[in-house]
Ligand binder design. Structure first.
Ligand SMILES: *[C@@H]1O[C@H](CO)[C@@H](O)[C@H](O)[C@H]1NC(C)=O
Ligand SMILES: *[C@@H]1O[C@H](CO)[C@@H](O)[C@H](O)[C@H]1NC(C)=O
Ligand SMILES: *[C@@H]1O[C@H](CO)[C@@H](O)[C@H](O)[C@H]1NC(C)=O
Length: 191
């Protein structure tokens, strides 16, 4: 007994094959693009200068220790202590100076022999054309050396494709309460 599929079934089947072909094209995993097609025209080098204001005591600390090891308190270098920060970045060194952004992220004391921090944070800018753009920092910060250098590993917004380095210099350190003001010079290549 010969059976022919009703015509509409064939049509449905053909449509199915056709749409999966289309789909495999629209779901293409990777393709080559010219930077210009996404609006990236010319690379430039920018220099940013600001101060980071870190408050560790009082009613409104901007840096909070969130974790430590059982041995951290006995460690000369606070090995294992982990701190989350949301520090204002200001134009000038005075704490009342205009805020241009915030340093948000984590640092951890990761050296057994010196006061060295693993820095993993973002500068989140709020000023002018950089409002909403970010730079990501991942580096090592030996806090008692004169100038520390940390790599800029990326960015967002106006800082897409960013790379560069940040130079940090302690401007003020209150030995009594640990509050710190750090001067930053950031050199970044971006589009
Ligand atoms: C470390 O010292 C601080 C301050 O004295 C104390 O609050 C904390 O509980 C200590 N941590 C440990 C793991 O002993
Ligand atoms: C930055 O952007 C936010 C969100 O779009 C806006 O509310 C704020 O007013 C802007 N700040 C400045 C200084 O332009
Ligand atoms: C340093 O901290 C202490 C204790 O909070 C405070 O009394 C003092 O005014 C601070 N020094 C400066 C120069 O800010």
């Amino acid at each position: 007994m010969a059976k022919t599929l009703p015509n509409y079934k064939n049509t449905v089947f053909t449509l199915f094959i056709f749409s999966s072909l289309l789909e495999s094209q629209s779901h293409q995993f990777s393709r080559k693009l010219s930077p210009k097609s996404l609006g990236f025209k010319k690379q430039k080098l920018s220099h940013l200068h600001f101060y980071l204001q870190e408050t560790v005591t009082g009613n409104n600390p901007t840096a909070i220790r969130v974790a430590e090891a059982a041995t951290t308190n006995a460690s000369r270098t606070a090995f294992g202590a982990t701190v989350v920060i949301d520090d204002p970045l200001t134009m000038g060194p005075e704490p009342t100076s205009k805020i241009v952004g915030r340093a948000q992220g984590i640092y951890a004391f990761d050296s057994l022999s010196e006061s060295r921090l693993l820095m993993a944070l973002n500068y989140v800018f709020v000023e002018g054309k950089y409002n909403g753009s970010t730079l990501s920092i991942l580096g090592s910060n030996e806090v008692f050396s004169h100038v520390r250098e940390m790599p800029i590993v990326g960015g967002s917004g106006l800082f897409r494709f960013a790379r560069g380095y940040a130079l940090a210099k302690t401007h003020f350190f209150n030995l009594t309460n640990g509050d710190t003001i750090v001067e930053y010079n950031v050199y970044v290549i971006h589009y």
